[in-house]
Each structure stands twice: as structure tokens, then as C-alpha cells.
Design a protein around this ligand. Structure first.
Ligand code: SAM
Length: 207
């Protein structure tokens, strides 16, 4: 399933991951002051809902997504709301030459489960490269503990036809720990349509 097609053809409210309001875990980091306004990158930003939220909190934020349709909706939305954000079309597992600045905070909200194990080494190297030392990074992606979303096992096909990779906490620890100091790794429940999902939450600091 081509994600760009979903953004082109599906009513935005029906897109299963698409919510205008930010998730509690991101709000908590921002409102608690654990992350203060800084140069930030929203990896796999979709139509920019959380990019826009974080910009309204005083962050200098760039959203990147592989889908040109998602980015064009994101730009339009930010303009309509009068919020300043940067948006880029790009594939985080290949091309990072377009990134002109280093960031102090990155988050991927539901991106990592789109990246299969054979590309994850490149992914983590790229995220490491675009962050400054001691930058913070939050990654939230589907957990293999989810009892039934998309079936069972590691690779699951969702009702939309996307195939996603469901990770364990151990895999994520192994993936990230050479590059990041793990501050908090836990299993959380996140919003979903029609039912919530089980996800891995990893909050880290770049080494
Ligand atoms: C489940 S959506 C989440 C979007 C957004 N974070 C949100 O929560 O609304 C995953 C997003 O990751 C994007 N994506 C998938 N693979 C990507 C890649 N290699 N590089 C950049 N974006 C990617 C998809 O186009 C999609 O918009």
C-alpha cells in the first residue's frame, strides 16, 4: 500500500493515525519542561499536526515525511493557522543531505514500525547524524505485545493494507543503545481507530 495514496484519497479524519491534537506523551515532555524549546525535527510528520503543535510552543521545528501529498497538506495547514514550521519531503533511511542544521530534539511518532529491520541500522545512524550531542529523541512505534492489531507476529498487515513491523522492547534497546543513552523504555497504550494500540515508548539522549 502506497502511503501517499492514502493521503491523496482518504478523508483526513478517517486516516487511522491522524489526530489534530498531540498525544499525551509528547505533551508531557513539553509541558513538564523535560524538553525546552529548541531546534526540533518531527520524523515521519504526516500532515504536520504535531509539528504545528510543537511550533506553537516556541520550538524551531522541521517536519519530514516521504509522502509529497502529506507534506503539501502540512504546509497548507501551517499557513492557514499562521504557524511557522519547515517541511521537507525526504526518506529518512536514505537521503539526509538536505538537512542543513543539527537538531536538539527529534521525535518519531509511529514512524519506526514502517521501517523494517534491514533498514533500521541506516535509520538509527541517520538520526544520530542529524542530532547534536546530548540531543533528546523520543520514538513511539507499535509493540509486538499488541494482542491483535493486524493479526499477530512481527510483520502485520493492517486493515488499510500497510505492512508494519511490530518490535519488542529488547530489539529497540539493541537498536538504539550504541548511539543513545536510554532514559526511559516502556510499553504504553496509544490512540487508534477504532481501538487503542500497544506501543513501545523509548526516550533517549544522543551519545
Ligand atoms: C503512521 S504515519 C504517522 C504520521 C505522524 N507522525 C502522525 O502521527 O500523524 C507514518 C508516517 O511516516 C511516513 N514515512 C514512512 N516511511 C518513511 C521514511 N522512510 N521517511 C520519512 N517518512 C516516512 C509516512 O509517509 C507516514 O506519514
Amino acid at each position: 500500500m502506497d502511503i501517499d495514496k492514502i493521503y491523496r484519497e482518504m478523508p483526513l479524519k478517517k486516516i487511522p493515525w491522524n489526530y489534530e491534537t498531540p498525544p499525551d506523551s509528547l505533551i508531557e515532555l513539553v509541558e513538564s519542561g523535560k524538553i525546552i524549546p529548541c531546534r526540533t525535527i518531527d520524523l515521519g510528520c504526516g500532515i504536520g499536526n504535531y509539528t504545528i503543535y510543537i511550533a506553537t510552543k516556541g520550538f524551531n521545528v522541521t517536519g519530514i515525511d516521504i509522502s509529497t501529498s502529506a507534506i503539501s497538506i502540512a504546509k497548507k495547514k501551517a499557513k492557514e493557522k499562521g504557524v511557522e514550521c519547515n517541511f521537507l519531503v525526504g526518506d529518512i533511511v536514505s537521503n539526509i543531505e538536505d538537512f542543513k542544521i543539527n537538531f536538539d530534539f527529534a521525535y518519531d511518532w509511529e514512524l519506526l514500525h514502517h521501517i523494517f529491520p534491514e533498514k533500521r541500522q541506516k535509520y538509527v545512524e541517520n538520526v544520530y547524524k542529524i542530532l547534536n550531542p546530548k540531543a533528546k529523541y523520543l520514538s513511539v512505534s507499535f509493540s509486538e505485545k499488541d494482542p491483535c492489531f493486524g493479526g499477530q507476529g512481527k510483520y502485520r498487515e493492517t486493515p488499510l493494507g500497510t505492512v508494519l513491523y511490530f518490535s519488542s522492547e529488547e530489539e529497540l534497546k539493541n537498536l538504539f543503545e550504541s548511539y543513545f543513552k536510554i532514559i526511559e523504555l516502556k510499553t504504553i497504550e496509544i490512540r487508534g481507530k477504532p481501538v487503542p494500540h500497544i506501543a513501545n515508548y523509548v526516550f533517549m539522549e544522543r551519545k
